[in-house]
Design a protein around this ligand. Sequence first.
Ligand SMILES: [Zn+2]
Length: 427
Amino acid sequence: MFKFRMLSALLSCVLAAPVASAEAETIYIKAGRLVDVVSGRVHEDRLIVIEGDRIVRVAAANGADTGTGGRVIDLGDYTVLPGLIDMHDHLTGDHRFHGYESLSISVPRETLYGVLNARKTIDAGFTTVRNVGAGGYSDVALRDAINDGEIVGPRMRVSGPALGITGGHCDNNLLPREYELVSEGVANGPWEVRAKVREVIKYGADVIKFCATGGVLSKGDSVGGQQYTFEEMQALVDEAHQHERKVAAHAHGAEGIKAAIMAGVDSIEHASLIDAEGIKLAKEHGTFLVMDIYNDTFILEHGASVGMLEESLEKERQIGQLQRDNFRKAFEAGARMAFGSDGAVYPHGDNGKQFAYMVEYGMTPMEAIQAATVHAAELIGWPDAVGAIEAGRYADIIAVRGNPLEDVSLLENVGFVMKGGVVYKEE
Ligand SMILES: [Zn+2]
């Protein structure tokens, strides 16, 4: 997305403390059906044993010992899955304020929206998000308040302000010269870009986000046009990786996508106009594609009423369907894909609506679920901590009624949410 902003950087490889400290009591979850996203199989009647914030054992329920004194949570009528992960979110943004409407929202107010949206997001079953672009480091404050147990929300990795060129998608181009409005992430030239990477890390960025092309919801740029030269992208990625930060590149246009992949980014966000050569390069480099193929529907149906500019709606009309078609092509060609929905473009909590589109455009329900769990865990940099129900990982567990492997849209109504061994939602 567009204008956004992030703190304590003590966790490049280490997971932060869980939200609320779990009780020492052992918890036993009886799962009627358990989705094993690692093997891609579904098991009937499993018992998940949780101590503190971690899963310690997963076993067949028959004959398994539930011990004495522990708490038993009976999800026998449910399908149990790992907590979902959204790799492209903006919790401190809000779908009601786009275009000129956004100019009246202060950073402190954005942070307060973040508190509400963090709750909506975890209630929707998303127990981990990567926040890629926020103003005033509001995402850093949100992440730290969640980690300290002061408010409820998903585990977060955050970028702070997205880096971008003057006048590009990650700048704010709504006001004329005399207002001197420049987004915090603007940096030009390899050395300015390196300095900006150091700056956002200083103030709390876990991941670096930058704009490699124009975008839909920005004023005055071409959605497909490359922003940043290859030399600037190389400097940015080199600096970020030197500090053990992954890089997420916003990119719609084919040339900007290829330049970003060649520069070594870890994920391409949107990837709307990716061509065959770009897909091949992504596969060769192991670059993840994070394609937000639900929010197009919201933009075209509701964008005008929430302040999106006519030029943005026109850009969406040009690329929305192409992005969905290219999602299918990239997936069928074997590109690595992780779930990302661009929350704040559409209402927070509706993240799960994207699953049905991922299935419509080529994935099986299991593949779509894997994109939002085990594969996303790898991209976010917590491959052994989240994204699967296995001994040793955090007890981030959700459940839905019915079978989402038959009807993936059931994931739009998550009935049970646990994060780090603490239950946050129960029907
Ligand atoms: Zn975005």
